[in-house]
Design a protein around this ligand. Structure first.
Ligand SMILES: NC(=O)c1ccc[n+]([C@@H]2O[C@H](COP(=O)([O-])OP(=O)(O)OC[C@H]3O[C@@H](n4cnc5c(N)ncnc54)[C@H](O)[C@@H]3O)[C@@H](O)[C@H]2O)c1
Length: 252
């Protein structure tokens, strides 16, 4: 694991209790950031925080539902108050939204996936920007999109629409807040071997692996390296962009 220029910074990671968010929390903490692991499952966040603490990192676990704007505001203001501002926001919490063709996709499924994958990113990003403006020292935000923020998939209309929208929301925030020294980027992982894919049958997993020229699924840690770099001062000229990390998925 590489070390990144985030020493002494305060980082808020949503969906930090599992998969990519947990890996990002670990690499930021190992690089010297104070990390807030936020998840709808407090138990999951606490387990990741416990590991980080045992490894000597500065960390706290909090419960938040990113689909609840008031809760998001309370939590982000609270941690900025306790930890002395906010420097890094990683908006990573997400769900698959289930499968279905656009012609018969369920309204409740649509609302659910949008409320977390798009509204949740909007609420968290807004609260993070406000905390960064209040601290007056700029900041860096990374929003988790997907390869499905750049291309489609026939049976995931909600997920695909939400991830494309995250790429647009990222660009708008980056342009509007560049003057404030706040950088905002999105990341587009290919299929990554995490709990998010747990409902996919093994034979389908093998097919998914073949969609990547590298011939396998990615690992959460491989995505975390890119996210941590974007969050760090080494990425000082990177803003408003979408960065695939996909084993070649989008090159085909
Ligand atoms: N795994 C992949 O193949 C893949 C590919 C591309 C993009 N992504 C994106 O990366 C992000 C992380 O995915 P992952 O694979 O690590 O998933 P994961 O299921 O391992 O972890 C997601 C975490 O988000 C939390 N969460 C869910 N709903 C929440 C809510 N309302 N409020 C707060 N926390 C909530 C879950 O409890 C879980 O801990 C997601 O945005 C996902 O869409 C994943």
């Amino acid at each position: 694991m590489a070390r990144y220029e985030v020493e002494g910074k305060v980082a808020f990671v949503t969906g930090g209790g599992s998969g990519i968010g947990a890996a990002v929390s670990r690499v930021l903490a190992a690089s010297g950031a104070s990390v807030v692991v936020a998840d709808i499952s407090l138990g999951a966040a606490e387990m990741v925080a416990h590991d980080i603490e045992n490894a000597g990192g500065k960390v706290m676990a909090v419960q938040v539902d990113v689909a609840d704007p008031d809760a998001v505001d309370r939590v982000v203001q609270g941690i900025a108050g306790i930890l002395g501002g906010l420097d890094i926001g990683i908006n990573n919490a997400g769900v698959t939204g289930g499968g279905g063709l656009a012609g018969d996709y369920d309204t409740a499924a649509w609302r659910h996936v949008m409320s977390i994958n798009l509204d949740g990113v909007f609420y968290c990003q807004r609260a993070e920007i406000q905390a960064m403006l209040a601290a007056g020292r700029g900041g860096a935000i990374v929003n988790l999109a997907s390869v499905l923020g750049a291309v489609g998939a026939g049976r995931s209309p909600g997920y695909v629409a939400g991830k494309h929208a995250v790429v647009g929301l990222t660009k708008s925030a980056a342009i509007g807040h560049a003057v404030d020294g706040i950088r905002v980027n999105s990341v587009g992982p290919g299929y990554i071997d995490t709990a998010l894919l747990s409902a996919i049958p093994p034979e389908r997993m093998a097919e998914l692996a073949k969609l990547h020229p590298l011939g396998r699924l990615g690992r959460a840690e491989e995505v975390a390296e890119l996210v941590a770099w974007l969050a760090s001062d080494a990425a000082s000229f990177a803003t408003g962009a979408y960065y695939p990390i996909d084993g070649g998925y989008l090159a085909v």
